[in-house]
Design a protein around this ligand. Structure first.
Ligand code: DGP
Length: 206
């Protein structure tokens, strides 16, 4: 009887969904890895190159495949939808998720190519909205000094997405400084995930 009461009182906190966005070589993948280790979180990456769609995207990014801007945009979005149910289930089970890129960069990259922004946002509408998003940024000239920069098709894009729980981080700071800044922003949310609303892109309550 006592066990049943305790179980009822102890509400399972849902997991926190954290997204890291940034230009190539901004260090977001390093931060995503460190953060997922620290929080014992599941790390997901977009594009997810392990799926059939991901392989096509990977070919495109390496310059091996010609595709219209519209087609590749829809493929990137479909690649995110492939993980949607799995992400939702894990969050509901209390697993924190760290996403290395998400829909925000998708919209920014494609809009920078000249596609209408509302058109770019439409296929991602309904995906789970991250609880908190970090955008690692620095002048392109600085990032391009880092090895391997610009090997793939997108190397230069402006990213200006304004919304709550969206934090810009100076990518030129040290790995430890950036990690500390990120942890600082999420610590309060981690303690109170049961109070957070699960929202959908773009901003609707789930
Ligand atoms: P990464 O694996 O993080 O290096 O990302 C590969 C590239 O794909 C990167 O230059 C950004 C781009 N990208 C990621 N998502 C999208 C998207 O949804 N749409 C477009 N057009 N580009 C994207």
């Amino acid at each position: 009887m006592e066990i049943i009461i305790q179980q009822t009182i102890k509400k399972i906190n849902r997991g926190l969904f954290i997204a890291l966005e940034g230009l190539d070589k901004s260090g977001k993948s390093t931060q995503a890895k460190l953060l997922s280790q620290k929080l014992n979180a599941k790390k997901v990456s977009f594009p997810d190159r392990t799926t059939q769609l991901g392989l096509i995207i990977s070919d495109y990014l390496r310059g091996n495949k010609n595709m219209s801007d519209e087609v590749i945009h829809l493929l990137f979005s479909a690649n995110r939808w492939e993980q949607h149910t799995s992400i939702l289930k894990q969050l509901q089970n209390g697993t924190n998720i760290v996403s290395d890129r998400y829909a925000y960069s998708g919209v920014a990259f494609s809009a920078a190519k000249g596609l209408p922004i509302e058109w770019c946002k439409a296929p991602d509408a309904g995906l789970i909205q991250p609880d908190i998003t970090f955008y690692l940024t620095a002048p392109i000239e600085e990032l391009s000094k880092r090895g391997d920069y610009g090997k793939e098709i997108y190397e230069n894009s402006s990213f200006q997405y304004k919304q709550e729980n969206f934090y810009k981080i100076d990518a030129l700071k040290s790995v430890d400084e950036i990690q500390a800044e990120i942890l600082n922003h999420i610590s309060e949310k981690l303690d109170n995930t049961s109070l957070l609303q699960q929202k959908k892109l773009w901003k609707q309550v789930l």
